[in-house]
Ligand binder design. Structure first.
Ligand SMILES: [Zn+2]
Length: 304
């Protein structure tokens, strides 16, 4: 590749950069050609399910995509699978446990309400801190990106000074790309937090009513900017691909979380039908593909 064509490649990238919003999933190789191998990475026993149950849920999630088109899309490879599926226990599952416990058993206990309220306040504070870090990084990123593009433009207008300057531009491009990938993951985490907070708020409001407490009802902290399916995240960066599962109410919901994240691993994006496996929220109960999921899969695999 000549010097000039590298420069035009840089320019093309810079243009694409502006159009691309931070949340676009990365391009990956089609699984329809070569199945994705996966294994189980982190497996936290605090969820209270066995390894075997988890594996059976994975196999079922796999079949949801494979059966309708009669094609092997995922293969479980305990040692060498390239996609790690992690079961990670953190505040999310803890909250799910707390909430169902509260609502079913100790709903009349005002102490429980106080505990939940404290949790809400903590989480909200944690979110506030994380969000301001995120906002600052976005601001810095936008400025850097604008400066970078100006330099690329001037380079392409022919005001080339030295190869050194070109190399500097290249280093900056790589760094910007890396920062963008990190910000994407960061944003996903923030969205998960917002969802969790809103869920707490909902339950707090319900408890307030049922306990007839004389407290102000809570307002949700804002509109969900969510792109994530409740309970799981798929991400792929620098050759590492993983699915992290944080939360599920029961085995059926777990299968749905896994199937949804498998869909992202295939390269599918969200579809706009509420009953779909690839809908942005885990609302339905079906463990089969909807018409829109199937259409998206067929388009991806170029099946008539
Ligand atoms: Zn999703």
């Amino acid at each position: 590749m000549g010097f000039r064509s590298i420069v035009s490649a840089v320019l093309i990238f810079a243009t694409a950069f502006v159009v691309w919003n931070y949340l676009r999933p990365e391009q990956i190789l089609p699984a329809c050609v070569e199945p994705i191998t996966y294994n189980i990475g982190t497996f936290d026993r605090k969820f209270g399910i066995s390894y075997r149950t988890f594996l059976s849920a994975l196999v079922e999630a796999e079949a949801i995509w494979e059966k309708p088109i009669g094609k092997e899309l995922f293969v479980y490879e305990p040692e060498s699978g390239e996609l790690a599926v992690n079961l990670i226990y953190d505040y999310r599952q803890e909250t799910t446990g707390t909430l169902s416990g509260l609502e079913n058993i100790v709903a009349k206990d005002e102490l429980a309400y106080q505990a939940m309220r404290a949790k809400y306040i903590n989480l909200k504070t944690e979110y506030g801190g994380a969000k301001s870090v995120y906002d600052t990084r976005i601001e810095v990123f936008d400025e850097r990106n604008a400066a970078y593009q100006k330099q690329v433009e001037s380079w392409n207008r022919g005001k080339r000074t030295s190869r050194e300057q070109f190399n500097q531009l290249e280093v900056e491009r790589v760094e910007l790309e890396k920062e963008m990938a990190e910000l994407k993951i960061f944003e996903t985490q923030l969205n998960e937090m917002v969802r969790e907070i809103n869920k707490l708020v909902e339950s707090l409001n319900r408890l307030i009513k049922s306990l007839n407490l004389n407290v102000e009802a809570y307002n949700t902290i804002g509109v969900l900017r969510g792109e994530t399916f409740v309970g799981g995240i798929y991400h792929s960066a620098e050759g590492v691909r993983e699915i992290n599962v944080y939360e599920f109410g029961n085995r059926d919901k777990l299968v749905r979380v896994l199937a949804h994240e498998f869909g992202h691993a295939l390269g599918l994006e969200h579809v706009d039908a509420r009953n779909a496996m690839m809908y942005k929220l885990n609302e339905g109960n079906a463990r089969v593909l909807s018409e829109s999921d199937l259409a998206a899969l067929k388009a991806l695999c170029e099946i008539e």
